[in-house]
Design a binder for this molecule. Structure first.
Ligand code: DGL
Length: 276
């Protein structure tokens, strides 16, 4: 609950904010755990509830309206659990639905977008690769950001068709994945990219494989840490930080099966099956 304890000592009055309401986090599946891990590392005292809507994954091939409807459903669930802030840990849902969410609900929303800006500002070869879902690459928000920063830079966009279902099926390091990635990386390697931007929260789990497959000079950028920093800044600004020292409760819900989510979390958290 959002309570304040007032301690009086001598002439001083200390107000301790004890905002223990959870941070709500959702994704089309287990990929947003890459964002949760960054948030948990930066804000270890925060309670959180993570919703993995794996039943409807991938979001990347759905229409904008379908993505908005699913994002609303996820948000409603998290708000029914009294979340104080929502992290949309999905590039596809952010780029298609976050403006709708922000105008519909009162709580703060943090979104995630492909980090085109730092890649475009730092590239020396003037060629940058971006791997994301169809829904993200075709969104207005993505085009606006890319147009803003890509002047004079060759941006090689690649839809990661089939990657999310393989990760959801626990086949992140499979041969099928290697075959897909080989195909997707080829035009980028041919164009001599020096930055690869990961535009989907599932993709950080591919980094070991990508490092094996890409030339050594290529740097990989994902936005997870930036989202965690932004979450902290917004909680601070709104006086929503949990300043209690109690061990946090970090709950995970999934609507398909718990095994792969448990694996990706190294069995360190409570994971439950939820019918939603
Ligand atoms: N993790 C989601 C994202 O960042 C995956 C989208 C999908 O389900 O296609 O875009």
């Amino acid at each position: 609950m959002n309570t304040e304890a007032t301690l009086t000592s001598g002439f001083s009055i200390f107000v301790i904010q004890m905002n223990t309401q959870p941070i709500g986090i959702f994704d089309s599946g287990i990929g947003g755990t890459s964002v949760f891990k960054e948030i948990h590392a930066l804000l270890p005292h925060e309670n959180s509830i993570y919703l993995a809507d794996s039943k409807h994954a991938p979001y990347g091939n759905k229409s904008k309206q379908e993505i908005i409807d699913l994002s609303v459903k996820n948000t409603d669930y998290l708000l029914s659990k009294e979340c104080k802030l929502i992290v949309v840990a999905c590039n596809t849902a952010t780029t298609n639905a976050i403006s709708y969410l922000r105008t519909t609900y009162d709580v703060p929303f943090i979104g995630i977008e492909p980090a085109i800006k730092p890649a475009a500002l730092n590239t020396e070869t003037k060629a940058v690769g971006i791997l994301a879902t169809k829904g993200t690459l075709s969104s207005e928000l993505f085009h606006q950001t890319t147009d803003l920063y890509s002047n004079g830079i060759n941006v090689i966009e690649q839809i990661g068709e089939g990657i999310v279902p393989l990760i959801e099926a626990g086949k992140t390091h499979s041969n099928e994945m290697k075959v897909l990635l080989k195909d997707y990386l080829k035009p980028m390697i041919d164009a001599n990219i020096d930055y690869l931007v990961l535009g989907c929260t599932h993709y950080p789990y591919l980094i070991p494989l990508l490092l094996e497959m890409l030339p050594k000079h290529v740097k990989i950028i994902d936005s997870g840490l930036a989202v965690a920093k932004q979450t902290k800044a917004v909680l601070e600004k709104n006086n929503l930080l949990n300043l209690t020292s109690k061990a946090p409760e970090n709950l995970f819900y999934i609507n398909t099966n718990t095994a792969v989510l448990n694996d990706i979390l190294d069995r360190r958290f409570k994971v439950e099956l939820l019918n939603f």
